[in-house]
Write a protein that binds this ligand. Structure first.
Ligand code: C2E
Ligand code: CA
Ligand code: CA
Length: 329
């Protein structure tokens, strides 16, 4: 209790603006605390656990005080385990890429496919990308994993490519790859190695990327677009959508997030939102695709709204490239 009181006092003192010359400066502070002997009986152990608590405090928001708990330790251990296993798994070929078809609602033909990473671990079994992608992004492994996904997708898609029936391949690009990897060089290299036609490659980025460093992102997108590469905005509608960015970034496609599709048949609000997104896309001369379409009723409604394409279990789940070959024929 006394530690909590002291921490609160520290936070409030440090939370006040500091007047330095003419300037009022603000800093934020986060505190993590671990206790002897419950949380560790060596200096190293205590420091490590206080650090884990600090990490959690920062995660919870600025100006927060956080005690160490053993669950935190479990979480930190899990993260570390996953990270190490991922490194090993990449070297041992446990990762692969699957494809999910994208169907044109007018012609009902396959016009594209999304490449999705899969991890088959010898003990844990199939690990979901929503579990391992965030860990990869935190640990720096995302650069390597992203390179793997792009290479595999282009290599497999070169074989699936049919001359009279162009099929785009969409690859998810993490914000980390934009910030820390040389994405332009990577895409150029992979296109050169695989000989995959650039105009059939679509990169999926999220709205948060657009907001992160607009000038740099615009430059990168423009450079890649000059090669012929297309861009889609993934999970559209759940982040901070800036119409200004949308115009500036000159993307080709909007992917309407699954959360608006799930209840679309019953929810008037969702119908209004989806309709508005479709109109917006078309007014800006972009295509739009609805994600996570599971039923015929959802599909019919999207068709009536003039949505261009759909992707979801109603057409097919993701599959290996061999299965995709069969699906296409
Ligand atoms: P996402 O990009 O939004 O991918 C769509 C997710 O929805 C996929 O999950 C897909 O399997 C799932 N899905 C497709 N149709 C349906 C449907 O009708 N109903 C339902 N309930 N789900 C459907 P998945 O494969 O688990 O991927 C999860 C997320 O992991 C992806 O979300 C994406 O953000 C990320 N991810 C996957 N592969 C990569 C990658 O190569 N690079 C990066 N950076 N992220 C990836
Ligand atoms: Ca995606
Ligand atoms: Ca999505």
């Amino acid at each position: 209790e006394s530690v909590a009181k002291i921490s609160a006092k520290l936070l409030s003192e440090l939370g006040r603006a500091f007047k330095i010359e003419m300037h009022a400066l603000n800093i934020s502070c986060s505190i993590g605390a671990a206790f002897y002997p419950n949380d560790g009986d060596t200096f190293e152990m205590l420091l490590q656990n206080a650090d884990t608590a600090l990490y959690q405090a920062k995660f919870n928001g600025r100006n927060v005080f956080q005690y160490f708990t053993s669950e935190m330790n479990v979480k930190a251990q899990e993260r570390l385990y996953l990270e190490n296993q991922m490194r090993l798994g990449l070297a041992e070929g446990q990762f692969s890429v699957e494809f999910q078809p994208q169907i044109h609602l007018g012609t009902l033909e396959v016009t594209g496919m999304e490449a999705l990473l899969r991890w088959q671990h010898p003990v844990m079994g199939a690990v979901s990308p929503s579990v391992f992608i965030p860990v990869a992004e935190d640990s720096g492994l995302m650069i390597e994993l992203g390179k793997f996904a792009l290479t595999e997708a282009c290599m497999a898609a070169t074989r699936l490519y049919l001359p009279n029936k162009p099929i785009t391949v969409s690859v998810n690009i993490s914000i980390i790859q934009f910030q820390r990897g040389n994405i332009v060089a990577l895409v150029k290299d992979i296109l050169a190695i695989t000989q995959f036609p650039p105009h059939l490659l679509e990169l999926e980025i999220t709205e948060s990327l657009l907001a992160s460093d607009p000038d740099k992102v615009v430059a990168v997108i423009q450079t890649l677009k000059q090669l012929g590469v297309r861009f889609a905005i993934d999970d559209f509608g759940i982040g901070y959508s800036s119409f200004n960015y949308l115009k500036r970034f000159n993307v080709d496609k909007i992917k309407i997030d699954q959360s608006f599709i799930t209840d679309i048949v019953y929810s008037h609000e969702d119908q209004v939102i989806v309709n508005a997104i479709i109109q917006l896309a078309h007014s800006l001369e972009m295509e739009c695709i609805a994600e996570g379409v599971e039923t015929e009723a959802q599909k019919a409604m999207l068709k009536a709204m003039r949505c261009d394409q759909i992707q979801g279990f109603v057409c097919a789940k993701s599959m290996s490239s061999a299965a995709m070959q069969q699906y296409l024929s």
